[in-house]
Write a protein that binds this ligand. Structure first.
Ligand SMILES: *[C@@H]1O[C@H](CO)[C@@H](O)[C@H](O)[C@H]1NC(C)=O
Ligand SMILES: *[C@@H]1O[C@H](CO)[C@@H](O)[C@H](O)[C@H]1NC(C)=O
Ligand SMILES: *[C@@H]1O[C@H](CO)[C@@H](O)[C@H](O)[C@H]1NC(C)=O
Length: 479
């Protein structure tokens, strides 16, 4: 009884806070004038051009062409690459594989600057993918941890095969680097913890490691509660413990304040749709404007950003790549944001923190690609018998953190992260960058430098490599 009462109360609080957030954001958008603002003719035209540039399958984008992979569950994944899968160049032993995974509410195109780099394209086979339910990929029936992580694992294993990392005779013939941002980073963090054989180096930017964030919240909550109790028990000298208690709980309150949108996404679907796309998508437009940091984007750049979220329009949905492949047909491309509820479902159906029930096929294929890496990992102190903290990484990671992230409290996301990392891992802070590290000019140079370091065999320090592109970068944690 008490339990269900508690659950009911939580549901009410989540609903109320979610609704409050919808109203608040709506009011702010009305006040700033963006809610009723129509797209100008020029903006409509630019958006049309941006979607043709990014999503027309007959076109290349900065040296990248369009490709698809269909998984065993029928899910069709869209990705961009500088190299045709299975071609001699894809098999080139000198060309490591780099996989880039976007966040929310984005698609492959959040990496358009980094993946367009001629240096990177010269040094590696780049794969820039759309996660299930985003961009040009198909949708899952459910976005549970198991559905999402099984799909992503199968996808990465297929890519490794198509780009010559593994074959029948041998695995890990060359390096695989995975770089991920925001929600893609949440997913990649889970993979680095639960399927570490998928890559040699994980470059992870601006997202919480779910188990660590939870542990930090619980820890701060418990010590704040102790301080409140002390304060209440000795009311005469209670000022200091009371202040301390508030200071301790500060990061939780701040994170809750910053996370209003997550609560809004728990509401019934019509509210979610209104929240994300109502008022002529003023919320998304605002988020995209912020993604450029201090830089004022041109109308063309703003259209590119919105097109990143929208994916292909009805026009591009009818295009085909040179081999006749087209976008998944189960999507209704008449909508401006046909997959917005799929995207929201990542927040609703447990993809971040719920248990991943691995299928036998997944376990078998992960084991078969692990090969010698399994042995190396065991000797580095993160083997089968040394599981570490729940959710801890089992592969070397380089966390790159834009310090002015408006959505994530650093103390919740990073405090104690060293205990979750294996040898050869780092946290690098970018002091004057925000959340969207693949977009802002300085931070994307830092990301590219870290990727270059990783695919070049990790010669020298990663911080030296990053500092060459971003002199103020500092190392906060090193293992
Ligand atoms: C959004 O813009 C369209 C025209 O582009 C306009 O018809 C519509 O009224 C606008 N919506 C709101 C809520 O202002
Ligand atoms: C079109 O997509 C298919 C499926 O991914 C891929 O094999 C092929 O290389 C692509 N064609 C071109 C010309 O990029
Ligand atoms: C895609 O691009 C091609 C080549 O530029 C163009 O001919 C075609 O009309 C475009 N397709 C769509 C659906 O816009």
């Amino acid at each position: 009884m008490a339990f269900s009462l508690g659950k009911g109360l939580i549901a009410v609080v989540v609903f109320a806070y979610g609704l409050f957030t919808v109203v608040l954001y709506g009011a702010l958008a009305i006040k700033s004038g963006t809610f009723f603002r129509r797209r100008t003719e020029k903006e409509t035209l630019e958006l049309h051009l941006a979607r043709d540039r990014m999503w027309n399958l007959t076109k290349k984008y900065s040296g990248l062409s369009h490709h698809f992979i269909t998984l065993t569950n029928g899910l069709k994944i869209h990705y961009m690459s500088n190299t045709a899968p299975g071609s001699p160049a894809a098999q080139d032993p000198e060309k490591p594989l780099v996989i880039l995974i976007h966040g929310w509410p984005d698609s492959w195109a959040i990496w358009r600057y980094i993946a367009g780099s001629a240096d990177l394209q010269g040094a590696a086979n780049l794969v820039v993918l759309d996660m299930p339910g985003f961009g040009g990929s198909g949708r899952l029936d459910k976005y549970s941890a198991t559905r999402v992580l099984e799909s992503m694992t199968e996808l990465i294993i297929l890519l490794r095969l198509k780009y010559g990392v593994d074959d029948e005779s041998k695995s890990n013939k060359k390096r695989t680097v995975i770089a991920a941002h925001d929600w893609g980073c949440v997913v990649a963090m889970r993979l680095a913890a639960e399927a570490p054989a998928l890559a040699d180096r994980w470059i992870l930017s601006n997202a919480p490691l779910p188990k660590l964030a939870r542990a930090n919240i619980v820890r701060l909550w418990i010590s704040a509660r102790k301080m409140f109790t002390t304060a209440l028990n000795s009311p005469l000298s209670s000022r200091t413990p009371m202040l301390q208690a508030f200071r301790t709980i500060g990061p939780i309150l701040r994170q809750a304040l910053l996370s209003g949108y997550i609560f809004a996404m728990q509401l019934p679907f019509p509210f979610v749709r209104f929240f994300l796309t109502g008022g002529n998508s003023s919320l998304l437009a605002g988020a995209h404007r912020k993604s450029f940091g201090q830089y004022k984007p041109t109308i063309e750049e703003r259209s590119d950003a919105m097109s990143t979220t929208m994916g292909p329009s009805l026009a591009e949905s009818k295009s085909r790549n040179e081999s006749g492949e087209n976008y998944p047909t189960e999507i209704d491309y008449n909508h401006e944001f046909p997959k917005i509820l799929d995207m929201a479902s990542y927040y609703r159906q447990g993809a971040a923190a719920a248990t991943w029930h691995k299928s036998l096929e997944t376990i078998t294929s992960l084991h078969s690609i692990a090969g010698e890496n399994e042995l190396r990992r065991t000797s580095s102190g993160a083997g089968i018998f040394d599981e570490g903290l729940p959710g801890a990484f089992k592969a070397p990671v380089t966390v790159i953190w834009g310090q002015n992230d408006l959505a994530l409290d650093r103390r919740i996301c990073l405090d104690g992260i060293a205990d979750y990392m294996v040898k050869n891992s780092q946290v690098i802070m970018l002091p004057h960058s925000g959340h969207w590290t693949p977009i802002e000019k300085e931070s994307r140079a830092a990301m590219e430098a870290a990727i270059q370091w990783a695919l070049g065999g990790e010669k020298g320090n990663v911080e030296t490599a990053v500092q060459a592109a971003y002199p103020e970068a500092t190392v906060a944690v090193r293992r």
